[in-house]
Design a protein around this ligand. Structure first.
Ligand code: 5AD
Ligand code: SF4
Length: 360
């Protein structure tokens, strides 16, 4: 038998990129090599994303292409499906899949075959927040934190391998450890929370010889004073902090089940910049959430101006089957209007165009 070659296609976020690095290691250990072109391989692993319809459609597009090619060429190519799509209803729509791997079956014990740049280190998987628009808790389940020793081991290994930059990743990194040690509970921004061990973990990592440490994604209600304090004390923790806003309108935030007000969000960023020298922010925003009228949208634009984000990842609302918002609210903002709002925020934040006249 000739060389076994594999092609791994990764859609979606950094979480999937990290999972793919482990999947790659698994097959490499088994003697597989990487194919440049998926048409030339025996096995394709598709690591899927379903966070928005557009992401999901790209997955289907790729699978259709494979199925068509298999039919016309008569080649035998096995298809393995993993990632966030495998636990959703949409999975049933897919044909031509030989094997399915659940994301939590991807062993974190495998030494990942990392790409260049920063070393991605997963600290948790899944999410306990119930943001009404989000399919992730369905796709990845309840939050499960990795043991601190295991994380530290992986970080040290990355340092030994020459990595200068570490990114701690999880759907909600700053609630890390709430499932490991649930002795202390507290209420933060209207949400009942269990005390997080993230500040402790971050400090341990920051003490190591690493040039830059980042973490994604964190949520406002778990951004404690203790965490701010740790960041302020270690210069190697990235000053560009990713803090998803999603909306700057209180009614929309309530419907999103985000549990904070626009004022609380802005105040948090003020607290952070006051304590942390040079702190800046990047964010995620959804435009066109059900019920977002012009006034609500302008409230979001206003918060953006107040905070002065460095970068914003802008998303047009996309109802996801199985989420609360898809069930309760009509997707009532027309696509063209979503596009307009997207452009306004893109100009305002990412292109730094002071287009005040455009949206006032
Ligand atoms: N529609 C649009 N954007 C969404 N996001 C999550 N779910 C949806 C949805 N249904 C965005 C959020 C999140 C990012 C990863 O994707 O902004 O922070
Ligand atoms: Fe990442 Fe969410 Fe997409 Fe899953 S659904 S790959 S967690 S963005």
């Amino acid at each position: 038998m000739g060389v076994k070659s594999i092609f791994i296609k990764t859609f979606g976020c950094v979480q999937n990129v990290a999972d793919s690095e482990r999947i790659k290691a698994y097959y490499w250990n088994g003697g597989w090599t990487e194919a440049e072109d998926w048409r030339c391989c025996q096995l394709i692993v598709i690591n899927t994303c379903v966070v928005r319809e557009s992401a999901e459609n790209r997955v289907y597009g790729f699978i259709n292409e494979i199925n068509k090619y298999k039919k016309t060429s008569g080649k035998e190519i096995k298809v393995v499906l993993t990632g966030c799509l495998v636990n959703t209803k949409s999975r049933q729509r897919i044909t031509g899949v030989d094997q399915v791997i659940q994301t939590d079956k991807i062993s974190l014990k495998l030494k990942p075959l990392r790409g260049a740049g920063a070393a991605l280190v997963p600290i948790s998987n899944g999410c306990n927040n119930h943001c009404s628009y989000c399919i992730v808790p369905k796709a990845r389940g309840q939050e499960r934190s990795r043991k601190m020793e295991e994380i530290m081991e992986e970080v040290c290994e990355a340092i030994r391998n020459g990595f200068k930059e570490i990114v701690l990743i999880g759907q909600n990194v700053n609630s890390y450890g709430a499932d490991l040690d649930n002795s202390e509970s507290l209420v933060s921004m209207g949400k009942k929370r269990v005390k997080s061990m993230f500040p402790k973990l971050l400090e341990k990592v920051a003490k190591l010889p690493i040039e830059k440490i980042s973490f994604v994604s964190s949520n406002p209600w778990d951004f404690s004073d203790e965490l701010i304090e740790v960041i302020s004390r270690y210069k190697n923790i990235n000053r560009l902090i990713h803090l998803p806003l999603q909306s700057g309108d209180d009614d929309i935030l309530k419907r999103m089940n985000r549990g904070y007000t626009a004022k609380e969000y802005v105040e948090l960023t003020r607290r952070i910049t006051k304590k942390i020298d040079g702190a800046k922010f990047s964010t995620d925003i959804i435009v066109g959430f059900p019920g977002e009228d012009e006034e609500a949208f302008l409230n979001t634009a206003k918060v953006c101006e107040q905070v002065g984000f460095e970068v914003a990842y802008l998303n047009k609302y996309s109802p996801r089957r199985g989420t609360v918002s898809a069930k309760l609210y009509r997707d009532d903002v027309p696509q063209a209007e979503k596009r307009r709002r997207w452009r306004i925020l893109d100009n305002l934040i990412n292109k730094k165009v002071t287009g005040k006249s455009e949206h006032r």
